[in-house]
Design a protein. Structure first.
Length: 246
């Protein structure tokens, strides 16, 4: 994720200065389970022991969910969306580093899996395929509104892989979002039509990505075209790299 942090630093002005019905969806990701090794439990334990996050509960309709907040109060907010693993040490570390960029941000990670974390790729895929994508968008909406109600006048959304797709969906379905920066992920058409985005979108993809229909170069170019309408604000970046969930 080091490259994505550098790109997010360049995109950070979106979160502090840019202006601002759900349908069911099956998982938009291809089969990845054979590609990724077992996660490092030791690294997870070490990171968890030192994390500076505040754990909160956010109300969403008739339910609540956990979220993790870090960074300056009253700073611009950023909702940070997980990869398919869940809220693990890596996404928390990434949110922490985002909170320390430039003048400082308040980063919030909603727990989309309700406490579950995949330790290997097969388990992560199982969790992702069981995700209520409509519900995840509602979690994002509630997270954005929590940040705005607690001192963040502007709130952006960023995410990676599964979270990248949900980030773009939030630009369409969550009118309170002020900007989106997505890394290698496109929502299924059943979930959201990117051409209807209401917030500026900056998207990053790998030129060597071979996850067809989700984050490969053809899908990325199609997204760019759909977001190039006069009313949309879109910038895309292509890195000579392949997308491998870490």
């Amino acid at each position: 994720m080091a490259t994505s942090l550098l790109l997010l630093r360049r995109a950070s002005s979106l979160f502090s200065s840019s202006p601002s019905s759900l349908s069911s969806s099956s998982s938009p990701l291809p089969r990845l389970a054979r590609r990724i090794p077992l996660r490092s439990m030791a690294a997870a334990a070490a990171a968890a022991a030192a994390e500076p996050f505040q754990k909160i509960q956010i109300q969403r309709e008739d339910t609540t969910f956990d979220a993790y907040v870090v960074g300056k109060e009253n700073a611009p907010g950023i909702v940070v969306l997980q990869e398919w693993w869940g809220v693990d040490f890596e996404i928390k570390n990434h949110a922490l580093r985002i909170s320390q960029l430039d003048q400082g941000y308040r980063a919030l990670i909603p727990d989309l899996y309700r406490g579950k974390v995949g330790l290997d790729a097969a388990e992560a895929q199982h969790l992702m395929e069981g995700l209520d994508w409509q519900g995840a968008v509602k979690d994002i909406s509630a997270s954005v509104n929590w940040l705005k109600a607690n001192g963040s006048s502007k709130v952006g959304v960023t995410g990676y892989c599964m979270g990248g797709a949900l980030s773009i969906a939030s630009a369409v379905l969550v009118p309170e979002v002020d900007a989106v920066v997505a890394f290698y992920g496109i929502p299924s058409p059943q979930l959201a039509d990117p051409s209807q985005a209401k917030a500026p979108v900056q998207a990053h993809f790998g030129e060597l990505d071979n996850f067809v229909g989700f984050s490969d170069i053809t899908a990325a170019k199609s997204l760019e075209e759909s977001l190039s309408c006069q009313e949309c604000h879109m910038r895309s970046t292509y890195i000579r790299d392949a997308h491998t969930p870490s």
